[in-house]
Design a protein around this ligand. Structure first.
Ligand SMILES: Nc1ncnc2c1ncn2[C@@H]1O[C@H](COP(=O)(O)OP(=O)(O)O)[C@@H](O)[C@H]1O
Ligand SMILES: [Mg+2]
Length: 326
């Protein structure tokens, strides 16, 4: 304990700093001049549609891929120059790999030994991820959720202050997702620097406090979750009236932006960036009858699609192209 506090004191704030990071595969820029910083004490969501370049970026942060340009520093150094990398950074990129015939405990003991980490830490991390009771069972028979916990246990062996998780909830059931989400938040609350990738904004909105959003390898947004949602999802008020034309004129004469909305089979108007109070007052002053007055905010997924629309489109097309060539 004294030891970990000591280290904590010497490394109170470990940041990940990505600057101008670029990676090309042939002519394609998988990561394109990406710059962002990941701060300690909170979960940072790394969000982007499939193929956006999240895994490639994480691999470069971990020194597994060489950038064409730019740099990725952890605590001011490239990964390769960290003195004891596993005591600084824990990463879970591909959870499923464990020796199938080894027990969970034996797998972790082997990892600890091969990385000069204390054997005593193995039972601690098994306890942290809730695998103590199955520690002696063969890891090959583990469910995806249990494998994921075992992967997490391995990343925590060196008690690292920086954690990287690449799409950790993919394929998990709701209970597993909930557990991982809470776990990542707990790690961040302990002051660690946590970067977690996902292609699902709804998931990130529940897990992360800060978002780094990318599309086609480029930075789209670097902001808090709440700001991202407020900025990118349009707020509208849906209003129905038997006097729709009169209502439209009254609203536009007040300078409001109005669109037709045929969804739901009934003609309605969508008023952009206004409020039910304002619209109700306009209708009241003109003696216009209202049948519906409802404010609506775009969903998180809509906000994400709006920002990364081009990229999603691009991938939808390429899927069609693939089908065409089959
Ligand atoms: N080893 C590789 N060789 C060629 N292209 C790759 C390689 N790895 C990734 N890519 C391409 O780089 C882009 C980004 O991929 P990736 O980083 O895996 O995205 P994400 O993790 O956001 O889904 C994709 O278009 C992908 O096909
Ligand atoms: Mg990926």
């Amino acid at each position: 304990m004294a030891d970990s506090r000591d280290r904590w004191f010497r490394h109170p704030f470990i940041m990940i700093e990505v600057k101008g990071l670029t990676k090309t595969f042939g002519a394609m820029k998988a990561v394109d001049n990406l710059t962002f910083t990941v701060k300690p004490g909170m979960v940072t969501g790394f969000l982007g549609p499939n193929g956006a370049g999240k895994s490639t970026t994480m691999r470069m942060i971990l020194g597994l891929d060489r950038p064409a340009a730019g740099s990725a520093l952890i605590d001011g150094k490239p990964y390769s120059e960290l003195v004891q990398p596993l005591r600084t950074v824990g990463a879970l990129l591909d959870a499923k790999w464990v020796h199938p015939n080894r027990s969970a405990r034996a797998h972790l003991q082997w990892m600890a030994a091969s990385n000069s980490l204390p054997k005593s830490r193995v039972d601690e991390v098994l306890h942290l991820v809730g695998l103590s009771e199955v520690a002696g069972k063969k890891a090959g028979g583990f469910s995806l959720g249990m494998s994921q916990r075992l992967g997490l246990a391995a990343t925590l062996l060196g008690d690292p202050k920086v954690l990287l998780f690449d799409e950790p909830v993919n394929g998990l059931d709701p209970e597993g997702i909930h557990w991982i989400r809470n776990f990542m938040q707990r790690l961040a609350a302990e002051g660690r620097t946590v970067l977690v990738s996902s292609h699902l904004l709804s998931e990130m909105a529940l897990t992360a406090e800060h978002l780094v959003v990318i599309g086609r390898g480029r930075l789209i947004a670097d902001t808090t979750v709440s700001e991202f949602v407020n900025k990118s999802s349009e707020s509208t008020v849906r209003v129905r009236s038997p006097q729709l034309d009169a209502l439209r004129s009254a609203l536009t004469s007040k300078g409001l932006t109005v669109r037709e909305d045929g969804s739901g089979g009934q003609k309605a108007l969508l008023v952009v960036d206004s409020s039910t109070e304002v619209i109700g007052a306009v209708a009241g002053s003109e003696g216009i009858v209202l049948h519906e007055l409802a404010s609506q905010r775009g969903s998180l997924e809509e906000a994400f699609m709006k920002l990364t629309g081009d990229d999603v489109q691009y991938h939808a097309e390429s899927v069609d192209e693939m089908k065409g060539s089959l």
